[in-house]
Ligand binder design. Structure first.
Ligand code: NAP
Length: 279
């Protein structure tokens, strides 16, 4: 059995090439104006600053603009809501990304909900989530939507397969709905789940999203499973102990170069789509 590497980096590059053409067409139809992705970074978390910078760089690569808004660590919910309201009202802005997590004094859910549904290109609003879950048109949460695109690109069978996922609002819950809509049988796990190794050992598809380095052990992975690792930690390791899992996998996402590039490509693709819809 040949193990398939689910190469998110290569697929993201292909997607960006297509997006560059679409951005060019938007400019031609819109008096030379490009779509703009507004990114909001609150505070000074270095990892978040890196993610926002990477998203801005991706905008540049496809010929699009990004508007970077940086708010201090001490910002209040009202201050952030005010910024989002201004971006909602600005017709030049096609999409809004509020980098997660925000400092703890801010009501993150309340701020996500403020994002206009037509600009919710990161798929963070409850309305967007609900529509996606009901299989209606919506921008999916970028990381899970990127994972689904990667699985489809590599023609990974999903229908009838058992999948294990986490339950965070931006990753676990939305990918649970996406896999369910693709007819997988989904088990959602979390910190109170009992017998996690046992549950994972029965899964055909494992989406590792725990936020702890190599938490999911290679020994738990079923022979022939597909492993998607959303984590990224110092030492270039993810949330799955990939070195031990790879010999058993039918397919896996490398760390780095798997889920990360697909998240960014999906965010940019959804921003371009939002711009096209507003023409
Ligand atoms: P999160 O919000 O911190 O959620 C972590 C999930 O893991 C929660 O559902 C939590 O359960 C569960 N968990 C924690 N300890 C556990 C345990 N001992 N047993 C079972 N489940 C446990 O994290 P997230 O935002 O989903 O991110 C997850 C990972 O994906 C992180 O490594 C993050 O860096 C990565 N990520 C990557 C990208 C990308 O673009 N590559 C994007 C987003 C996230 P509870 O719900 O009970 O707390």
């Amino acid at each position: 059995m040949k193990t398939i590497i689910l190469d998110g980096k290569v697929l993201a590059q292909q997607i960006e090439k297509e997006l560059a053409l679409r951005v060019q067409r938007i400019k031609e139809r819109n008096n030379g104006k490009t779509p703009i992705l507004a990114t909001i970074l609150v505070g000074d978390d270095p990892a978040s600053a890196t993610y926002v910078r990477m998203k801005g760089n991706a905008c540049q690569r496809v010929g699009m603009e990004s508007l970077k808004i940086v708010l201090p660590q001490t910002s209040t919910t009202d201050e952030l809501l005010n910024e989002i309201a201004q971006l909602n009202a600005n017709p030049d802005i096609s999409g809004i990304l509020l980098q997660h997590p925000v400092p703890s004094q801010i009501d993150e859910r309340c701020c996500f909900e403020k994002i206009d549904i037509t600009k919710d290109v990161d798929g963070v609003t409850a309305l967007g989530f609900g529509r996606m879950a009901m299989n209606e048109l919506a921008y999916g949460s970028a990381t899970p939507a990127g994972i689904m695109r990667l699985l489809r690109h590599y023609q990974i069978p999903i229908e009838g397969k058992s999948a294990v996922v986490g339950r965070s609002p931006i990753l676990g819950k939305p990918i649970a709905m996406m896999l369910l809509n693709a007819n997988a049988t989904v088990t959602i796990c979390h910190s109170k789940t009992q017998n996690l190794p046992d549950i994972i050992s029965r899964a055909d598809i494992v989406v590792g999203a725990v936020g702890r380095p190599e938490f999911i052990k290679g020994a738990w992975i079923k022979e022939g499973a597909v492993v998607v690792d959303a984590g990224y930690h110092p030492g270039k390791v993810g949330d799955v102990e990939l070195s031990a899992a790879i010999p058993k996998c039918a397919a896996y996402t490398p760390v780095p170069g798997g889920v990360g590039p697909m998240t960014i490509a999906t965010l940019i693709a959804q921003t371009v789509e939002a711009a096209e819809k507003s023409l």
